[in-house]
Design a protein around this ligand. Sequence first.
Ligand SMILES: *Cc1c(COP(=O)(O)O)cnc(C)c1O
Length: 444
Amino acid sequence: MYSTNQFLKPVTTKINDNGNLEIGGCDLVELAEKYGTPLYVVDEQTLRNICHDYKKAFSAYPKVNMMYASKALCTCAVSAILNQEGFGFDVVSGGEIYTVYKSGADMSKVLFNGNNKSYDELELALDLGIGRVSADNFFELSLLNEIAKSRNKTVDILLRITPGIECHTHEYIQTGHLDSKFGFDLTQIDEAVELIVNEYTNLRLHGLHAHIGSQIFETSIYADEIEILVKELARLREKFGLEPDEINLGGGPGVKYTDADNPPSVYEIAEVIISSLNKNIDKYGIKPPTLYIEPGRSVISTAGVTLYTIGSSKQVPHGRKYAAVDGGMSDNPRPSMYQAEYFAQAANKPAAEPLQTVTIAGRFCESGDILIKDAELPELEEGDILCVFNTGAYNYSMASNYNRVGKPAMVLVNSSQSDMIVKRETLEDLVSHDVIPDKLKGSR
Ligand SMILES: *Cc1c(COP(=O)(O)O)cnc(C)c1O
């Protein structure tokens, strides 16, 4: 069965009676006029559909905690939707904890992750009552115990481990151990558990956590990960007489950025995960553990598009043809960081023949600021609206103010209604954190 992460475009995308692209019943050209560009657009229907896919796909396993990896896109409105859908949250900073908290989400369903959580962030996490901390290293175990002790609290933890599997997009490697900045090596687990049992009595161990990579297309990697986690869980029960009963597989399912990508459906992934779990539960003779999965990209990527306005164009003699947009690497750093590829259409003439090969350049002062190399598009002129698809994940969340450009606004669309969910940064916003010492004050 197909799942929503396998689509190139939001599920509500169509060409409307004006001949323009529309998403969520909203004409994209009208959205660009109303809110300005660049503009992030999030289709609520697509987001809810993928949540539904995940819940349905995993319904065959009795105990599943669906967690959304907030780092993919963390805003109050997006968090509120995911909370409504019954998802918990995987968070990695005080900022993400606070955003999820402000959205009204159930904090007992939040898991705090990261390889260098600060004292202040851990305090905030405990004060706001988050459900789990994924303890990453020996320093953190001691710090967390100290904070918990000073408040007379017990903190519920998972241990983040490095299972010796790593995914580099479409391939993965499996070794005895991996040189990773995240988590405990398999050979360090016993020492960590001994400390928790004997010294860190304000920590309560519930299970193990791993994350093997992102934009994963190969489902069998999850079966290998499960075998390692279940085996370790069984071993810890045997050796320490503990009853940890949770395993967290992390995130990673891929999405379709271009026609060349064929990510697996989440139904297929769930089948591999559940059958491998059942097999290993039998093999190692343990009670079925609670399963956490923490997808980020595959939950939000497809729901998001970015609208830009075309400005200058040029033809390099004997070279490429360029069209420049009013955004680029500050609102979407993925092409310049990872040579990521995207698909785009002209929102005001989606049916026009793609007669030219044109490179979509960003507006920032970096030669590497190219959004799409050699796109097939109709003739473009100044004022055309370009819609870049699959920008929901790791765009806004990685955005910067490079070149002192304000971050774009974000709107949520559904049933012909648009609601602004992030305001556009103004010039005043850009200087609002600057402080001029008295001795430098000028006439303004
Ligand atoms: C990044 C991350 C995720 C989400 O990964 P996606 O590829 O976006 O699904 C989940 N868990 C952990 C621990 C992560 O670091």
